[in-house]
Design a protein around this ligand. Structure first.
Ligand SMILES: Cc1cc2nc3c(=O)[nH]c(=O)nc-3n(C[C@H](O)[C@H](O)[C@H](O)COP(=O)(O)O)c2cc1C
Length: 311
């Protein structure tokens, strides 16, 4: 998720001793225009390519120039990415204006061309995956696009069960994913509006998909993937307490402070707290206290207070 799930967050969420339960992560989207990006761009988005992580990360590309996407995908595969993912779902105005993301949902031929060129450009051993929404203005192009993506040689399809026009507004229309799943042979992974274990079971029932992609729900409940795994296996599960989350929040702030330009200080922390406050009242109080601050010492002091005064 652009603006919040960087490698620091992926590591925190994937840490097997803590939250865990995640099979695979995806980078924030990397925008491709008409040229091949330098290695450092991919490493910056996905330092896990350097090989020191114990979880897998697919590298996600976004753009509409099939030739350039293919060249970048080849480079990403050469850098050792376990899979290349193509974003056909981003609803952001600036992204769509530049012909990237969800606006391509109205151009099935181009989606086909992009996926097939990318598939041809990377070794057969590197999976190519794609992410779509149900359509652009209407929920109407999902079957056409899904079939084109499969025919073009993709290995898996992620479906965010809303149109671009639906934005991020509930509900997610999981039933449509069931139609796609029945029409395709490749694995289909359901996405959208899974905030709880109960949502997971409802999504599974309506879509027929066992596998799901978690977005905001995982940021709101960092142990959601593990809770889903436990519930699927009929095992009991003890949720993470705020004390455990708070230390990770602190770590995330420290890491992101030094990793990004000073003008963005605190942005990623605030994004995460925005989701955490849905689950933890303590995160809500913390968010309210720091939301207008861009001062590192001030935020640090408040975070220290959170950790040391409560526990
Ligand atoms: C702030 C934000 C950033 C996102 N960035 C990306 C992205 O870079 N790539 C992507 O495929 N989806 C991105 N998404 C979409 C999510 O991956 C997901 O498809 C969507 O939020 C629906 O799932 P959810 O209801 O579980 O959050 C983003 C969503 C949000 C809210």
């Amino acid at each position: 998720m652009e603006g919040v799930v960087d490698h620091h967050m992926r590591k925190i969420l994937s840490a097997s001793d803590a939250s865990g339960g995640i099979d695979s992560c995806v980078t924030e989207f990397i925008r491709v225009t008409d040229h091949t990006l330098p290695r450092r761009v991919f490493i910056r988005s996905c330092p896990e390519l350097l090989g020191d992580s114990d979880y897998t990360v697919r590298v996600q590309l976004l753009g509409s120039n099939a030739r350039a996407l293919a060249a970048n995908a080849r480079k990403v595969a050469q850098l050792g990415a376990p899979a290349v993912d193509l974003n056909f779902g981003c609803p952001a105005k600036t992204v769509n204006k530049n012909r990237g993301g969800a606006c391509l949902l109205d151009d099935t031929d181009l989606i086909y061309e992009i996926v097939s060129r990318v598939r041809d450009a990377v070794p057969a051993s590197t999976p190519v995956t794609a992410k779509i929404r149900l359509g652009y203005n209407e929920r109407d192009s999902y079957l056409k696009n899904a079939k084109a993506i499969e025919e073009a040689g993709a290995n898996e399809l992620f479906v965010h069960a809303r149109s671009k026009k639906d934005g991020y507004k509930p509900p997610a229309y999981w039933g449509y994913i069931g139609e796609i799943r029945q029409a395709l042979k490749i694995p289909v992974i359901a996405n959208g509006e899974i905030w709880t274990v109960d949502d997971y079971f409802q999504c599974r029932e309506q879509s027929g998909c066992n596998d799901v992609m978690l977005g905001r729900g995982l940021l709101a409940k960092p142990d959601l993937a593990l809770a889903i795994k436990a519930a699927s296996q009929g095992k009991p599960f003890a949720h993470l307490e705020w004390a455990e989350i708070a230390t990770r929040v602190h770590l995330f702030f420290q890491q992101t402070c030094t990793a990004y330009p000073a003008k963005y200080l605190g942005n990623r922390l605030k994004q995460w707290l925005h989701y955490l406050r849905k689950t933890y009242p303590e995160a809500d109080a913390l968010f309210n206290d720091i939301k207008t601050s861009r001062n590192r010492e001030q935020i640090e002091k408040r975070l220290n207070l959170e950790i040391h005064s409560r526990f």
